[in-house]
Structure formats: C-alpha cells, structure tokens
Design a protein around this ligand. Sequence first.
Ligand SMILES: Nc1ncnc2c1ncn2[C@@H]1O[C@H](COP(=O)(O)OP(=O)(O)OP(=O)(O)O)[C@@H](O)[C@H]1O
Ligand SMILES: [Mg+2]
Length: 237
Amino acid sequence: MLRIDGLCAGYDASDVLHNISLTVAAGQIVAVLGANGAGKTTLMHAASGLLRPRAGAVLLDGAPITDLPAERIVARGLSHVPQGRRIFPGLTVQENLMVARTAATYRAPGGFAAALAEVRDLFPRLAERRDQLGWSLSGGEQQMLAVARALVARPKLILLDEPSLGLAPLVFEAMFTAIASIRARSGIGFLIVEQNAEQALRIADYVYVMELGRIVAAGLPADLAQDKAIERAYLGA
Ligand SMILES: Nc1ncnc2c1ncn2[C@@H]1O[C@H](COP(=O)(O)OP(=O)(O)OP(=O)(O)O)[C@@H](O)[C@H]1O
Ligand SMILES: [Mg+2]
C-alpha cells in the first residue's frame, strides 16, 4: 500500500533522513519508534508532501506520489494526522471536519453524512462537542478530532504522528483502541510514529526503529520487545 524507498530529506544545510526504506501493507499497522529528534516527524512530512524529499521515492498503491503537492496526496488516499494535532482553533468541531472533505468523501456511500456517522460511533465525545470551538477541547478530544478529520477524507492509509503525546494513560489507551477499531472496520492502514514504545509495540503488526535519521532495526513487535536497539534509541545513547 505504502512504500518508502531510499528517502533522503532535510532542512537547508542539514540532512535529517538518510536512505529510509519501509513498507506498510494494506490494513497493516506499522510503527516507527525513535527518540526525540530521530527524524520521525520529518519522515511523515516527507511522505505527505509537506517537505520535498531530496532523494528517494514514496509510492502509494504502486504509484509514485513523491513530487505531488500535499493536497493531491490526500486526494490519492494518504491522510496525515500531524504531531500536536494542529486542529483549527477558531473553527468548531463540525467546521474542522467540513474542512477535510474531499471528492473521495462524496464518492463513498452516504457521502459526508456517513463519514460523520462513523466519527460519531468512534468518538461520541466529538458529537457532543460538535459546535464547540477547537481551542476549547481537551488534548484527548483534539487528538480524536485530528483523527476524525483524517477519516473524513476517506483515506487508504493514515500517517499518525505521536498520537499519545501529552495525553493521560487512560486517554491514549482509548485512542489506540479507536485506531485498532478503525483498522478492523474499514481496513485503513496506519503508519504510526511514537515515543511510547510500549503502546506502539502492543498495537503494531511490524515495527521500525529510527536513530539519527536512519532505520537501525526492524521486526515483529514480539522480537523487537527483546531488542537492545530499542532501548538504545530511547535512551539516545
Ligand atoms: N523546520 C525545521 N528546520 C530545521 N531543522 C528542523 C526542522 N524540523 C526539524 N528539524 C531538525 O530535524 C531533526 C529531526 O527532527 P524531527 O522533528 O523530525 O524529529 P522527531 O523524531 O519527530 O522528534 P520528536 O520526537 O521530538 O517529535 C532534528 O534535529 C530537528 O532539530
Ligand atoms: Mg516528531
């Protein structure tokens, strides 16, 4: 479904990503673990068209999307839930969801109304807060809204950057349950970036570990849970 092949990217004079390759199969949940500054967010931005890669390719369903503008990448079926949620603070919950509509929203059976119904089932709190402004939501509700906003675009795959950041354990456990349920009901795949290795290892089908812009380990969660590379990446040593 998603293939990242030899990706290099950076900012001005600094190279951050060095030859990153990874794949996410249809309906798979793949996690990328790594310490602060490992380049996880840069990888997400390079995949979703927010940062132009310096080399390498990003393929969705076998077709290159590397050089497409971000909005065309969303239209192809790759949605990005950014680190820090980035919801629109001056718009209501409903307006945040309206902004995310694409042609695919209306191509899907039931259109926008069906997308809203799905969001309501997954996150009843958002339905209760429909007319509240984005800034008045709690961190957990903002994360729900950011995921809901991605879903409205009817993606095949979602890039999810640090969904647990700043959330209380009960709240992020609920978030991970919602992610598993989205995958189970709609077959949407996820590439999840996390610093919370324990949660990520629990939900993921496959895991990559990043250190200083490179993939330093990859494997099944059960295997990586025993791996010293994860510990090292987290301690940054
Ligand atoms: N806009 C930018 N301009 C210049 N350098 C940047 C920019 N964004 C990130 N960097 C640098 O790129 C490197 C990787 O940052 P990135 O945000 O991708 O890491 P990360 O793994 O997502 O970290 P975190 O866990 O803190 O979110 C860091 O050295 C960071 O300082
Ligand atoms: Mg980051």
